[in-house]
Design a protein around this ligand. Structure first.
Ligand code: SF4
Length: 358
């Protein structure tokens, strides 16, 4: 069977490796583009959130490329994501694509369902092979996160920013090609060394910005206009609140993120679905770490992030940290985003100057 999956940040490198090495024919999803979004917008309900539309667009692209089975994650709690697998499937069937949708639910929430679906995926090559493949996949995931964290740290400091981006891209490709834990370690080390070897101003103290919000728009550069690159090139250090490895550790392997949620409790004492409560908790944590500001990325019509946004003024005032929310949908334009980011950084620079003068 020809399998495919949604594209989100660098996760496609790991998902593609896993499925190929479990013995499946993989249709690799293309990088989301304006065409992907426009396909999704054309066939999605008007008030669906941006991730729903981009993922639907990706599905339409991969079924045209021959995909017969789509794998996606499920969800629990008060967010529409739990229904999206079924909704995407019905839309695709109505459009004449009889695809099968395999929705993987969190193992600690639906253990029986999880192992049933896992068994089907593992069957072609067996469980001994699974252990080896999982070890390599986890090493790849850690290496990808390490490269991205280093990219965020070095971007405001390095003079040749395009060269840094190029080395990073080459590092991703080397990690993608690696076929053992050892090869992944070599690819990671080479890329990190090359990134650190670029001339940089290590005395420069960039503004420190925390990036929070809904997972898909935080992790996928197409959905957020590559905000990390824009901010880095404007001279700011971006600390992203979500990475693949910590998300899997906290949400798939454990009922996690308790400390972030505990930080949110004085302002929001309830799970509101998605990353809503986390967004509030992250603001509290970034303030405690003396970050200069926080940017919240919220898909338009995303209820969890709308709830979090309504609480942001109180959290921001109480903890003394500026927070800016960017709503994202198919109408959002890059020019508008860049103007708002410039204005926000100006405000943060003024605040820092005042603090230094006092
Ligand atoms: S968290 Fe928000 S954007 Fe993400 S699936 Fe739920 S409603 Fe959509």
């Amino acid at each position: 069977m020809k399998i495919s999956f949604p594209y989100m940040g660098t996760s496609h490198i790991v998902a593609g490796y896993l499925l190929e090495n479990l013995g499946h024919e993989v249709i690799h999803p293309p990088v989301p583009s304006k065409k992907t979004l426009s396909l999704g917008v054309q066939h999605a309900p008007e008030f669906a959130c941006l991730p729903f539309k981009i993922v639907l667009g990706t599905y339409l692209e991969v079924v045209e490329m021959g995909a017969e089975v789509l794998i996606t994650s499920g969800g629990c709690g008060p967010c529409r994501a739990g229904y999206y697998g079924e909704m995407h499937k019905r839309i695709l069937h109505d459009l004449g694509y009889p695809v099968e949708m395999i929705v993987i639910e969190p193992p600690l929430v639906e253990p029986f369902d999880f192992f049933k679906k896992l068994h089907r995926l593992v069957k072609p090559k067996g469980y001994i092979n699974l252990v080896r493949v999982l070890r390599v996949a986890w090493a790849k995931m850690q290496a990808l996160d390490d490269l991205e964290k280093t990219l965020h740290k070095l971007r405001p400091l390095v003079f040749a920013k395009k060269q840094l981006n190029r080395i990073y891209d080459e590092g991703l490709e080397a990690i993608r090609r690696a076929d053992s834990v050892k090869e992944v370690a070599v690819a990671r080390k080479d890329a990190l060394e090359a990134m650190h070897s670029l001339p940089a101003d290590h005395h420069y103290k960039p503004l420190r910005i925390g990036l929070i919000g809904e997972i898909y728009v935080v992790l996928e550069p197409f959905a957020n206009f590559d905000i990390e690159r824009i901010l880095g090139e404007m001279g700011a250090y971006v600390h992203r609140s979500i990475f693949l490895t910590n998300w899997i550790r906290d949400n798939v392997l454990a009922h996690g993120e308790k400390d972030i949620r505990a930080a949110a409790v004085p302002f929001l004492n309830e799970m509101v679905g998605g990353h809503g409560q986390n967004s509030v908790g992250e603001v509290v944590r970034y303030a405690a770490k003396n970050f200069d500001g926080v940017i919240q990325l919220a898909p338009f019509t995303c209820i969890p992030e709308i709830v979090a946004k309504s609480i942001m003024p109180a959290a921001s005032k109480a903890r003394g940290i500026p927070v800016m929310t960017l709503y994202l949908d198919e109408q959002t334009g890059q020019g508008g985003i860049e103007t708002r980011l410039e204005a926000f950084l100006d405000l943060l620079r003024q605040k820092r100057r005042k603090q230094e003068a006092s």
